[in-house]
Design a protein around this ligand. Structure first.
Ligand SMILES: NC(=O)c1ccc[n+]([C@@H]2O[C@H](COP(=O)([O-])OP(=O)(O)OC[C@H]3O[C@@H](n4cnc5c(N)ncnc54)[C@H](O)[C@@H]3O)[C@@H](O)[C@H]2O)c1
Length: 360
């Protein structure tokens, strides 16, 4: 499988490392309008074909699949062009900036018969997969309550770069530059973490967003810093359970920490994950604890061993090899987008809203 990498920023490096290590996948081309970044990336990964724009790469046509690692608001247009050229697409999350566009991408990909998957990275957390298996096997009974959080602190400390000066972080703070803030960025991860882990779907959300003042006049150069920094969602699920999902970029002390607690009438589970990137696949960076059976009366939690699961990069290559789409698909990402859109609307109306099943 000959792979083109679209966008050569931070996430593209992870794509190149991961795909480069998979037998049967070959990085053949890279695209980025940012000349220096494209050159440095292509040198590093020994990629010969380099293009400043997707149209030139499509004219060349020497590839079978695309890893789309462009900013959120570029996914729709570029992915649609790739689908029209019959290329398989592995797209970064969020698939699009709203459910309508995501649904259009899903319909087009399905009609074209191309493999379409989205990098919901945390599906690769061994503890999440093990927790889901335990829930689906009935080990904690009927789920009643869910608690999920995604905590980052890149607004309070500079270990990932300084958002005041680095354009890579600045676009994430500005809606006009294509960001839907924390909810649009990592919100999709933690919403998926919660419903996938608990084996449930969202039926109702009441969301609150907050953007905190950061600099004088809330503007740095061209960037108006208006995207949300924190959110909380009160949720209802399709089995009647309720839950709380929240995230912040102001969570001092947490670099990139996800947690999920699932409480059923026969037991409880706690998933924790404290790394990002490929490291999520390593069982030493996540944990699963369970309290059930004889542990219930004493509140005794026991560690549950978890086995490694393939990351989405491997699954995408497998899907192309077998000619059959795998999860997480565009359709799944479209459903998540519906939950996100409803959450934004809930904040705007300051009301609890039903998450309808959106058209595909
Ligand atoms: N799955 C995950 O866990 C995860 C983690 C981080 C980021 N992401 C997602 O990955 C995507 C990229 O994020 P990033 O952190 O790498 O951003 P980034 O800003 O570091 O890189 C994006 C790159 O895309 C390039 N670009 C812009 N328009 C383009 C176009 N039309 N064609 C080709 N290249 C174009 C930019 O010049 C830049 O080099 C975003 O959608 C983000 O939400 C996902």
């Amino acid at each position: 499988m000959r792979l083109l990498i679209l966008g050569t920023g931070a996430m593209a490096v992870q794509h190149a490392e991961a795909f480069g290590a998979i037998a049967g996948a070959k990085l053949v081309a890279a695209v980025d309008p940012h000349t220096e970044r494209l050159a440095a990336f292509s040198e590093r990964f020994e990629i010969e074909q380099r293009f400043a724009g997707l149209p030139d790469a499509l004219d060349w046509d020497g590839f079978d699949a695309v890893a789309n690692a462009t900013p959120d608001n570029v996914h729709y247009e570029t992915t649609m062009d790739c689908i029209a050229a019959n290329k398989h697409v592995f797209c970064e999350k969020p698939l699009a900036t709203n459910q309508k566009l995501a649904a259009e991408m899903t319909r087009s990909a399905d009609q074209a018969g191309v493999i379409n998957m989205v990098n919901l990275l945390y599906r690769g957390v061994p503890a999440l997969q093990a927790a889901r298996e335990m829930v689906l096997a009935g080990e904690i009974g009927e789920v009643k309550h869910v608690e999920a959080s995604y905590l980052q602190s890149w607004l309070t400390q500079p270990s990932w770069g300084d958002w005041r000066t680095d354009e890579r972080w600045l676009w994430r703070l500005s809606t006009r530059h294509g960001s839907n803030g924390t909810l649009g960025d990592v919100g999709i991860h933690i919403i998926d973490f919660a419903c996938y882990g608990a084996g449930l779907d969202f039926t109702n959300v009441h969301c609150r967003l907050q953007t905190f003042p950061k600099v004088e006049s809330n503007r740095i150069g061209d960037y108006e810093l208006d995207a949300n920094d924190s959110f909380t969602i009160n949720a209802s699920f399709n089995n009647g359970a309720i839950g709380v999902i929240h995230s912040s970029r102001w969570a001092s002390g947490h670099q990139n920490d996800l947690a999920l607690r699932i409480y059923g009438d026969k037991g409880g589970l706690e998933v924790k994950c404290w790394r990002g990137g490929h490291l999520v696949a390593d069982p030493k960076y996540s944990s699963l604890r369970a309290c059930k059976e004889d542990g219930l009366t004493t509140g005794t939690w026991r560690d549950v061993p978890c086995r490694t699961v393939p990351l989405n990069y491997q699954r995408f290559v497998d899907a192309i090899c077998h000619g059959e789409n795998l999860e997480p698909s565009f359709a799944t990402a479209t459903r998540l987008q519906q939950i996100l859109d409803t959450s934004f609307e809930s904040h705007a109306q300051n009301a609890a809203l039903s998450v309808v099943s959106g058209d595909l």
